[in-house]
Design a protein. Structure first.
Length: 268
């Protein structure tokens, strides 16, 4: 039985090279006792057939396929049903894990029993390579969720029993593009806490194309997630402005928002 199960969802990934880099970054980890579960969420035959062929290179990979697109939460929950590892690590189809990522996160969770999950800092990458860095708060508290999620979803590793106790991700369509935010707030509401290793063990792809995917209706979803999550965490009182914040941010043109992010997180 592997110690780590890596969970990844895919859906009509436009750049096969990016997906290949993501897969290979897991296969090349210094920590090798893992299984790699990939659920393709209803992609067209062209991408799905490529994925199956590419994944034949390593028998630690298992590929599942949803006939219809159901969303990332459903894809990850399907992987969860088959996961056997003591720890569950997330991975996205266009990012890159540095070679020692799994090794460092496993060592951390083995040593620090009080933490349910661990994330890390990231280098931000785009078409021009590494353009910035983002270092999340080291030890997030409940109020850390007011501005944004204090964990970068594809960087996390979580104890399997904790994920199962929370019944995985919520698959409601109202949670689309905010299922991770919802999950982390449910986790904290249940009394668990997480930690972010203050080291960049991950390369997170954030380019203009990523912003163009963020349709306004997903901002409405985030408002609902914030409202429900803040209520669970008992931090809603006096902070309702944070519930509506995504609506205001969503009004900013995507190119301007991308420029703001480049200015804020760009390499100094």
């Amino acid at each position: 039985m592997p110690e780590v199960s890596v969970l990844m969802g895919t859906y009509n990934e436009k750049n096969h090279e990016h997906t290949a880099l993501a897969i290979d970054s897991i296969l090349c980890q210094t920590f090798t006792d893992f299984e790699f579960l990939i659920c393709d969420d209803g992609s067209a035959a062209m991408f799905y057939n490529w994925l199956v062929r590419y994944c034949k290179k390593d028998d630690r990979i298992r590929v599942f396929h949803n006939r219809q697109n159901q969303g990332l939460a459903a894809a990850l929950n399907r992987c969860l049903r088959y996961a056997e590892g003591r720890y569950l690590a997330r991975m996205d189809a266009d990012d890159v894990s540095k070679p020692n990522r799994l090794e460092k996160q496993v060592a951390f969770l083995r040593k620090h029993k009080k933490y349910a999950l661990v994330g890390c800092g990231v280098q931000l990458i785009g078409g021009d390579g590494v353009w910035g860095r983002r270092m999340p708060e080291e030890i997030p508290v409940k109020k850390s969720f007011l501005s944004t999620s204090p964990f970068i979803h594809p960087t996390i590793m979580i104890r399997r029993e904790v994920m199962l106790s929370l019944h995985g991700y919520c698959e409601s369509r109202k949670m689309l593009r905010a299922e991770d935010y919802d999950f982390f707030m449910r986790l904290y509401a249940a009394g668990y806490v997480g930690y972010n290793i203050q080291d960049m063990l991950f390369q997170y792809r954030e380019d203009l194309n990523a912003y163009e995917k963020r349709k306004y209706r997903y901002r409405v979803n985030e408002c609902l997630v914030r409202y429900l999550g803040f209520r669970r965490l008992r931090i809603l009182k006096g902070n309702f402005r944070y519930v509506c914040r995504p609506l205001a941010v969503g009004m900013i043109p995507q190119k301007i928002m991308y420029y703001i992010r480049r200015t804020r997180f760009g390499a100094k």
